[in-house]
Design a protein around this ligand. Sequence first.
Ligand SMILES: Cc1cc2nc3c(=O)[nH]c(=O)nc-3n(C[C@H](O)[C@H](O)[C@H](O)COP(=O)(O)O)c2cc1C
Length: 351
Amino acid sequence: MSGLYTILRPLLFALPPEAAHALTLAALRPLNRCPPRADDPALGIDLWGLHFANPIGMAAGFDKNAKVPAALRALGFGFVEVGAVTPRPQAGNPRPRLFRLTADRALINRLGFNNEGLARIAPRLAAAKARGIGPLGVNLGANKDSDDRVADYVTGVEALVSGADFVTVNVSSPNTPGLRSLQARDALADLLDRVLAARDAAPRRVPVLLKIAPDLDSEERQAIAALARESGLDGLVVSNTTLARPEGLGSPRRQEAGGLSGAPLFAPSTALLAEMYRRTEGRLPLIGVGGVMSAADAYAKIRAGASLVQLYTGLVYEGPGLVRRIKRDLSGYLARDGFRSLAEAVGADHR
Ligand SMILES: Cc1cc2nc3c(=O)[nH]c(=O)nc-3n(C[C@H](O)[C@H](O)[C@H](O)COP(=O)(O)O)c2cc1C
């Protein structure tokens, strides 16, 4: 943490977490008019026919309704994933549903896909894209009361073919009962069949990624890697929040129900990332997310196999300056280790 955020953080932390989040979004809105900053060309990377000026993205869940994607690019993020978006608007779970574990630099959330729905969000994305804001990913969710959850993902892909640069099928949120069972082999095979058929039938090809949970057992991890390779999926996002409560959590809130994010998630999510890189033989682009609180953390994800990195909880604890510091130090790490480009460093730990 540094600069202005050492003063701002205590003020934000004096508010309930959701109120602090709403205030942060409101404060960011004026920045929607600002252009993105220039980045060190060594931090650029090309994937799926898109250029990412730097690999540090805003993770899903921060800008659920696509209100501030341009502001997040102006803050220095290389790309933004908005959502989760469900076909119909949804209020989410009763409050309180977001908790700070300050001593652990972590959060627990059980928001439950609160969002304004596709019909409200899709036009905002189209407007952002028309202004050249991007790359812009959209995290897709299913409505809690849906009869056919797979159909909800298909609807999302079809609605966002022109508004999104990539979409992420999120079957790993712990806060919609039963959703994570879509990660089981047969359910996932059916889901990918239908979602990728929608992608392939669309007039424009939108890359489709799958976001997975850190709590999968070995058999599930193996099945997902095999399906990811065979199905023609465009990438994996590793990982979502965890239902586990690692030893050593010191905060009184640690027993709240929901998904844990932040520093305690770094080790398990990075181990899963490395495993998925190995299992897919480095052939599938991976986005590494979970517990990135520093440039060293981001670099570790890249060396473990991430072509792109995302963060959310780090922003809450370290403030917006974190993005600039990560990029500055990442350039230094690449030069120190003799990599001429970011792409050369991806998966370096496996070689
Ligand atoms: C408040 C909150 C809301 C989130 N909402 C979503 C979501 O809608 N969809 C999703 O895929 N992940 C969601 N996530 C998970 C993050 O995208 C990310 O995978 C996770 O927090 C780990 O990254 P972090 O440790 O940098 O926060 C949410 C996380 C938080 C803290």
